[in-house]
Design a protein around this ligand. Structure first.
Ligand code: IDP
Ligand code: MG
Length: 153
Protein backbone atom coordinates (compact mmCIF):
# COMPACT_ATOMS: atom_id res chain seq x y z
CA UNK A 1 0.00 0.00 0.00
CA UNK A 2 1.29 3.41 -0.96
CA UNK A 3 0.80 6.54 1.16
CA UNK A 4 0.43 10.15 0.04
CA UNK A 5 0.12 13.50 1.81
CA UNK A 6 -3.00 15.52 1.07
CA UNK A 7 -3.64 19.03 2.38
CA UNK A 8 -7.07 20.63 2.18
CA UNK A 9 -5.88 24.21 1.79
CA UNK A 10 -7.35 27.28 3.55
CA UNK A 11 -9.85 28.05 0.74
CA UNK A 12 -11.25 24.51 1.01
CA UNK A 13 -11.86 24.96 4.76
CA UNK A 14 -13.24 28.52 4.45
CA UNK A 15 -15.64 27.42 1.70
CA UNK A 16 -16.89 24.46 3.76
CA UNK A 17 -15.84 21.92 1.14
CA UNK A 18 -13.90 19.62 3.49
CA UNK A 19 -16.51 16.85 3.58
CA UNK A 20 -17.13 16.88 -0.16
CA UNK A 21 -13.42 16.73 -1.01
CA UNK A 22 -12.64 13.95 1.46
CA UNK A 23 -15.66 12.05 0.10
CA UNK A 24 -14.13 11.98 -3.38
CA UNK A 25 -10.96 10.32 -2.11
CA UNK A 26 -12.94 7.89 0.05
CA UNK A 27 -15.41 6.87 -2.62
CA UNK A 28 -12.52 6.13 -5.00
CA UNK A 29 -11.31 3.59 -2.44
CA UNK A 30 -8.43 5.38 -0.70
CA UNK A 31 -8.27 5.06 3.10
CA UNK A 32 -7.43 7.64 5.73
CA UNK A 33 -4.27 6.70 7.65
CA UNK A 34 -3.94 10.03 9.53
CA UNK A 35 -5.78 13.34 9.67
CA UNK A 36 -5.64 16.62 11.58
CA UNK A 37 -6.82 20.24 11.50
CA UNK A 38 -3.99 22.70 11.99
CA UNK A 39 -2.59 26.10 11.19
CA UNK A 40 0.65 25.57 9.24
CA UNK A 41 3.49 27.54 10.87
CA UNK A 42 5.35 29.71 8.36
CA UNK A 43 8.62 27.80 8.81
CA UNK A 44 6.92 24.49 8.04
CA UNK A 45 5.26 25.93 4.93
CA UNK A 46 8.66 27.18 3.75
CA UNK A 47 10.16 23.74 4.29
CA UNK A 48 7.30 21.99 2.51
CA UNK A 49 7.43 24.30 -0.50
CA UNK A 50 11.24 24.66 -0.58
CA UNK A 51 11.36 23.15 -4.12
CA UNK A 52 9.44 26.24 -5.33
CA UNK A 53 11.68 28.77 -3.56
CA UNK A 54 12.73 31.53 -6.00
CA UNK A 55 9.68 31.17 -8.25
CA UNK A 56 7.53 34.29 -8.65
CA UNK A 57 4.52 32.71 -6.95
CA UNK A 58 6.48 31.40 -3.93
CA UNK A 59 5.86 34.32 -1.48
CA UNK A 60 2.14 34.34 -2.31
CA UNK A 61 2.00 30.56 -1.92
CA UNK A 62 3.48 30.74 1.59
CA UNK A 63 1.02 33.52 2.52
CA UNK A 64 -1.86 31.47 1.11
CA UNK A 65 -1.17 28.17 2.87
CA UNK A 66 -0.56 29.93 6.21
CA UNK A 67 -3.60 32.23 5.90
CA UNK A 68 -6.01 29.95 7.76
CA UNK A 69 -6.44 26.43 9.07
CA UNK A 70 -5.89 23.41 6.84
CA UNK A 71 -6.77 19.73 7.10
CA UNK A 72 -3.74 17.49 6.62
CA UNK A 73 -4.42 13.90 5.63
CA UNK A 74 -2.41 10.79 4.86
CA UNK A 75 -4.25 8.61 2.35
CA UNK A 76 -3.29 5.07 1.57
CA UNK A 77 -4.01 2.55 -1.15
CA UNK A 78 -2.29 1.08 -4.20
CA UNK A 79 -1.13 3.90 -6.49
CA UNK A 80 -2.57 6.46 -4.02
CA UNK A 81 -0.20 9.21 -5.24
CA UNK A 82 -1.31 8.94 -8.86
CA UNK A 83 -4.96 8.35 -7.96
CA UNK A 84 -5.10 11.42 -5.72
CA UNK A 85 -3.39 13.64 -8.34
CA UNK A 86 -5.85 12.44 -10.99
CA UNK A 87 -8.82 13.22 -8.72
CA UNK A 88 -7.33 16.66 -7.95
CA UNK A 89 -6.90 17.68 -11.60
CA UNK A 90 -4.50 20.16 -13.17
CA UNK A 91 -2.90 22.83 -10.96
CA UNK A 92 -4.91 25.82 -12.19
CA UNK A 93 -8.62 25.53 -11.49
CA UNK A 94 -9.58 27.18 -14.78
CA UNK A 95 -7.62 24.50 -16.70
CA UNK A 96 -8.60 21.47 -14.62
CA UNK A 97 -11.13 19.11 -16.17
CA UNK A 98 -14.72 19.03 -14.93
CA UNK A 99 -15.18 16.11 -12.56
CA UNK A 100 -11.87 16.79 -10.82
CA UNK A 101 -11.73 18.57 -7.46
CA UNK A 102 -9.94 21.60 -8.88
CA UNK A 103 -12.00 21.51 -12.06
CA UNK A 104 -15.28 21.53 -10.15
CA UNK A 105 -14.43 23.92 -7.32
CA UNK A 106 -11.43 26.02 -8.41
CA UNK A 107 -11.13 29.02 -10.73
CA UNK A 108 -7.71 30.49 -9.93
CA UNK A 109 -3.99 29.79 -10.26
CA UNK A 110 -3.17 29.80 -6.56
CA UNK A 111 -6.39 28.97 -4.69
CA UNK A 112 -6.77 25.39 -5.88
CA UNK A 113 -8.19 23.78 -2.73
CA UNK A 114 -5.91 20.81 -2.35
CA UNK A 115 -2.29 19.66 -2.23
CA UNK A 116 -1.17 16.13 -3.10
CA UNK A 117 2.35 14.66 -3.11
CA UNK A 118 3.74 14.21 -6.62
CA UNK A 119 6.15 11.26 -6.17
CA UNK A 120 7.00 8.50 -3.66
CA UNK A 121 10.03 10.55 -2.54
CA UNK A 122 8.02 13.73 -1.91
CA UNK A 123 5.26 11.72 -0.19
CA UNK A 124 7.75 10.26 2.27
CA UNK A 125 9.35 13.66 2.96
CA UNK A 126 6.02 15.49 3.27
CA UNK A 127 4.37 12.89 5.53
CA UNK A 128 7.35 13.13 7.90
CA UNK A 129 7.02 16.95 7.95
CA UNK A 130 3.43 16.82 9.20
CA UNK A 131 3.08 13.56 11.15
CA UNK A 132 5.10 11.58 13.67
CA UNK A 133 5.25 7.81 13.14
CA UNK A 134 2.76 7.06 15.94
CA UNK A 135 0.13 9.34 14.36
CA UNK A 136 -0.10 7.01 11.34
CA UNK A 137 -2.79 4.44 12.02
CA UNK A 138 -2.20 1.00 10.57
CA UNK A 139 -5.32 -1.05 9.74
CA UNK A 140 -6.82 -3.06 6.89
CA UNK A 141 -10.08 -1.49 5.72
CA UNK A 142 -12.90 -4.01 5.33
CA UNK A 143 -13.49 -4.65 1.64
CA UNK A 144 -10.08 -3.35 0.52
CA UNK A 145 -9.67 -6.43 -1.70
CA UNK A 146 -12.73 -5.31 -3.68
CA UNK A 147 -10.93 -2.07 -4.56
CA UNK A 148 -7.39 -3.42 -4.89
CA UNK A 149 -7.56 -7.04 -6.08
CA UNK A 150 -4.62 -9.18 -4.97
CA UNK A 151 -3.61 -10.27 -8.49
CA UNK A 152 -3.91 -6.79 -10.08
CA UNK A 153 -0.99 -6.06 -12.40
P1 IDP B 1 0.57 21.23 -7.72
O1 IDP B 1 -0.08 21.71 -6.45
O2 IDP B 1 -0.44 20.90 -8.78
O3 IDP B 1 1.58 20.13 -7.50
P2 IDP B 1 2.84 23.03 -8.06
O4 IDP B 1 3.41 23.42 -9.38
O5 IDP B 1 3.61 22.08 -7.21
O6 IDP B 1 1.35 22.50 -8.32
O7 IDP B 1 2.59 24.39 -7.26
C1 IDP B 1 2.33 24.38 -5.86
C2 IDP B 1 1.20 25.34 -5.56
O8 IDP B 1 1.64 26.68 -5.85
C3 IDP B 1 -0.03 25.17 -6.46
O9 IDP B 1 -0.90 24.16 -5.98
C4 IDP B 1 -0.66 26.54 -6.40
O10 IDP B 1 -1.37 26.74 -5.17
C5 IDP B 1 0.57 27.44 -6.39
N1 IDP B 1 0.96 27.88 -7.75
C6 IDP B 1 1.61 27.16 -8.69
N2 IDP B 1 1.82 27.88 -9.80
C7 IDP B 1 1.31 29.10 -9.56
C8 IDP B 1 1.22 30.32 -10.34
O11 IDP B 1 1.68 30.40 -11.49
N3 IDP B 1 0.60 31.37 -9.74
C9 IDP B 1 0.09 31.32 -8.48
N4 IDP B 1 0.17 30.22 -7.73
C10 IDP B 1 0.76 29.11 -8.25
MG1 MG C 1 3.40 20.16 -6.42
Amino acid sequence: MQRTLIILKPDCIQRHLVGRVIQRFEEKGLSIAAMKLMHIPRGLAEEHYAPHKGKPFYPGLIDYVTSGPVVVIVLQGNRSIEIARTLMGKTFGYEAAPGTIRGDFGASRSYNLVHGSDSPESAETEIALYFSGDELVDYSPAGAEWVFPKNDD
